[in-house]
Structure formats: C-alpha cells, structure tokens
Design a binder for this molecule. Structure first.
Ligand code: ADP
Ligand code: TRP
Length: 326
C-alpha cells in the first residue's frame, strides 16, 4: 500500500455503542483530528466490535449514524482522513479467521476485557473472546504503524503486534508491527464520580448532550465538602481536572489560584466549567447540525470512504490469501 505523501499510516476506531462522552473525545477522538495533517490516518466505526454488546438492530443503526455525525462534527476532514465503516470491509472477518487459526485459547484468555467479564460471572460470547483478534485485523489490514488510543487499549495493540509477528514468522514478512500512541495528559479523563469516565459507569458528560443534560452532569460532579473560602488542592478535584481540558488560559490559572488560596467554591467552579463547555462545544454543535440536515452529503462521504478503503485492502487480502495457501 502506498503511503500518502510518505506520511505514516495511523488508524483508530470507536465502537458505536451509545453517545460518545468527553472521555472518548479527549482520550481518543480529538487525537484523530489533531493527527489528520501529519498522518495518513484511517478512522472507522467499529460496528462488528459493537455487536459484542449491542444486539438491538435499531439501536445499532442509530449509534452508527450518530457516530458518523460526531466524527464530522469534531472536525475530521474526509479530504484528509480515510473515514469508513468497519462492515465495508467484510475481509476483516476473513482475516480474523486466518489469525484465529494462529493464536491459542490460553493466549486470548489473558485479555483484560475477557478477564473482567468472566470475573464478574458473565459468560463471554465467542465474539467478545475474539475481540482482540478482530481488532488486530482492523489494525494490520491497512498496515497501520501508529494506533492512537486510550490507555485501556494498550493491551489490544500489543496483541496486534504479537499476531503480526506470529503471522510473519509462519508465512513470511507480511504485516507491519503497530505501535500505540497515547496522549499522557488525557490518558484517563475522570467521570463525574471521579472514576474513569465510562459509558458503563453512568458517570459521563455526553459530548453532544443537550444543555440540560450537560448542566445536570457538570453540576452533579462529586467533590469533597470544603467551604468556598477554604484553600483546596486543584489536583484532587474532579471539576478542576475537567477545567484543564476545557478552560483556556489565563482563566485556568485564575481558577487554580482560587482553589489554592481559597475563595473559589466548588459550585462556582462548576458554573465556570459549564459556561466554558458551552463555548467549547458551540462550533462543533453547529457543524453537527449542518450534517444532520444534509444526509446526502454524509452518504456521499461514507461512499467515498468505502471505495477508498476497499481499493486499499482488496489487493492486500488477495496477497494474504496466496500466502496462506488459499
Ligand atoms: P467506554 O468506556 O465509555 O465504553 P470505549 O471503551 O468505547 O469507552 O472507548 C472508546 C475510546 O475512548 C478508547 O480509545 C478509549 O481508550 C477512550 N476512552 C474511553 N474512556 C476514556 C476516558 N475516561 N479517558 C480517556 N480515554 C477514554
Ligand atoms: N477496541 C476499541 C475501543 O473499545 C475500538 C477499536 C476497534 C479500535 N478496533 C480498533 C481502536 C482498532 C483502535 C484500532 O475503543
């Protein structure tokens, strides 16, 4: 596969399992936008992965379309990014099968996501068990070198590397070994209760929530019970942690000072965060509305993404089939 202007190939995806929250945005999606000028970046909608948890047809369809709108609204430029749906490359499931025959059950049992499920007493589906292998196919098929993800995905990228190595040792040099790319400052965005923000903990601030939803989430952020005049350590405050992502300087330093010297109460800090959030999201909301009102343009973008990715991966899949003797 030719590299676009010698740029490194990067790739990442998000599962359409509900509305993205600001943890997804700062931890992953924003990186895609920041990288689009310097990398040949591939961004996709991880539909097959979503099916490990979503089995409601209408809900899945809706989340897929929503995620496309979200990607466009945050500023992904289809001229720069290869934007596609995972299901536009059914070859990924074929490659997953080929990889499945190379990896062992005990090796896959080490995966955190699988271990967490079974530790909770939930029986994992075969799809969930195989999640890392499908993810390796996503990454390796377009020969990605760099994979921007949140910290929780490091193990999956490591597993993709191991699969690439195993295939190359068995059938000859074929796949590039990918490297994860983590932005340290946002590796874990805290949720409104101070735990990692996650759809599964009900502690999220939905990126494109309504004013009312955003207000409810921000005003409900858990803090300790220090009085406004008491000095506080900003590093220990969930509200401040979100200010560092959203609030511009010099206001951020003023807020820090208000914490350290005392004088700024948590309620006021939340109100400032809310105001700044609305300012931060306003242009993205407008963009989202534009695409919502122009579904023909969205369809065209997706068609182009599909043609683009298919023309890249189809010849490579042919090569892979020959290598394994098919
Ligand atoms: P969730 O935990 O809400 O289900 P996902 O597992 O769908 O989120 O994560 C999608 C992407 O967003 C991944 O790359 C993940 O690492 C990143 N991400 C999710 N939550 C956070 C967070 N709280 N902080 C930083 N990155 C996150
Ligand atoms: N597993 C990732 C997540 O939960 C989503 C994903 C699927 C992905 N395939 C990928 C991320 C390939 C990066 C590269 O967020």
């Amino acid at each position: 596969m030719n590299k676009k202007n010698n740029k490194k190939i990067a790739l990442s995806g998000v599962k359409p399992t509900g509305r993205p929250h600001i943890g997804n945005y700062f931890g992953a999606m924003k990186q895609f936008v920041d990288m689009q000028d310097d990398f040949d970046i591939h961004v996709f909608i991880a539909e097959y992965h979503a099916m490990t948890t979503v089995q409601d047809k209408d809900a899945l369809k809706e989340s897929i379309y929503d995620l496309v709108l979200d990607y466009l609204a945050i500023g992904l430029d289809p001229e720069k990014v290869t934007l596609y749906r995972q299901s536009d490359i059914p070859e990924l499931t074929e490659l997953t099968w080929i990889f499945n025959c190379l990896v062992t059950v005990p090796w896959l049992e080490r995966a955190h996501a699988f271990k967490d499920r079974t530790a909770k007493g939930i029986e994992a589906s075969v799809g969930l068990f195989d999640y890392p292998v499908l993810m390796a196919a996503d990454i390796l098929m377009p020969k990605s070198e760099i994979v921007p993800v949140g910290k929780d995905q490091i193990q999956h990228v490591e597993m993709a590397r191991e699969i690439a190595r195993k295939f190359n040792n068995t059938y000859g040099d074929t796949f590039v070994e990918p490297q994860e790319y983590i932005v340290e400052s946002v590796e874990t965005v805290p949720g409104t209760d101070g735990q990692k923000m996650s759809k599964s903990y009900g502690n999220t601030i939905p990126l494109f929530g309504t004013d009312k939803e955003i207000k409810k989430a921000i005003m409900g952020i858990v803090t300790d019970s220090k009085l406004p005049e008491e000095p506080k350590n900003p590093e220990e405050c969930n509200v401040f942690a979100l200010h560092t992502l959203i609030t511009p300087e010099p206001q951020l330093s003023e807020i820090r000072e208000g914490y350290e010297k005392g004088g700024l109460g948590y309620g006021d800090s939340k109100k400032l965060l809310l105001e700044n959030y609305f300012a931060f999201i306003s242009s993205m909301r407008e963009k989202r509305k534009y695409f919502e009102e122009n579904p023909g343009i969205v369809r065209q973008i997706l068609d182009e993404g599909k043609n683009n990715i298919q023309s890249k991966v189809r010849p490579f899949m042919k090569e892979i089939r020959e290598k394994v003797g098919l």
